[in-house]
Design a binder for this molecule. Sequence first.
Ligand SMILES: [Zn+2]
Length: 338
Amino acid sequence: MNTAAPPSVGPGLHEVAPGIHRLNVPVPFRSLRQVNLWLLEDGDGFTMIDCGWGDAETRDLLEAAWQDRLGGRPVSRLIVTHFHPDHAGNCAFICERWNLVPQMTQLEWMAANLALRSLYTDDFELRARFYGSNGLSPEMLERYRTETVLYDTGVRLPQSYERLRPGTRTEIGGRSWLVMTGQGHSPDLAMLYCEADDILIAGDQILPKITTNVSVWPWEPLADPLGDYLRSLDRLEAALTPETFVLPSHREPFRNARARIAELKHHHAERLDRVLELLGRDAVPAADLLDSLFNRALDGHQINFAMGEALAHLNRLVFEGRVSRHVDDDGLVRFSAK
Ligand SMILES: [Zn+2]
């Protein structure tokens, strides 16, 4: 991930396609800075997609947008693309405010609930052991411990949800949307594709300028999220057209979906080659690659993602048979080129 320029639109709603409004709200993560929420005109009300980080500032922006532009019409439906805190944060607030049950895929709902109970994202002991076993220094571990933004500081969920099923269709404001899901970034991220108008609401699955985080997490050390992610790009490439208008969760909407997918595939192929080159024959832990792969100082929150991404590329290379993974007697995990 790099830090591209912040988006051009300020607060308030901006119509990006007939009946589809973008609301740009801030997030407390330095590499992202903002997230796009979408309000789709839908009969007598609006369907809202994603919730923003759960703090008072974001809730004020939501209230202001609702008051300013909904013209007294309600938010009648809420869809949450995935469990990450900048997407699910104000879920309970929006549901209480408009008397709604959120629609999510089953895995995202479960991941959100596990994360809130600290079993999925913020178990420091589990993470510290995992990053330690992959060679992260005590200084970096300490930075991670003190600077990371905890999930439960920005997310509240309602009691129940309604399941969004991939492959089904949903009508919003006279458009028929196909529910698609993508893996690798989060367990089963929901996207909506309207073939008739060639518009994709993409969540974080494809972003312009920055690359989607694809990480190995402590609870599944042998996972292949990059393989999952690349397969989801293949499916998107087959479904979309060269002109598809993509509404991403971060940065600006863009048109050349297939070209962006080709760039992302190329980026990861190059990254895999670079990791292989860095490894050589000497077995090294994942943490030893961070300085070469991320040529900037990482804050505590970014250490998570950097370790996760390095391991995602290493594990993919193991799956491809190009790298070996060894566990030392003391539990240190090392990788070497074959
Ligand atoms: Zn995300």
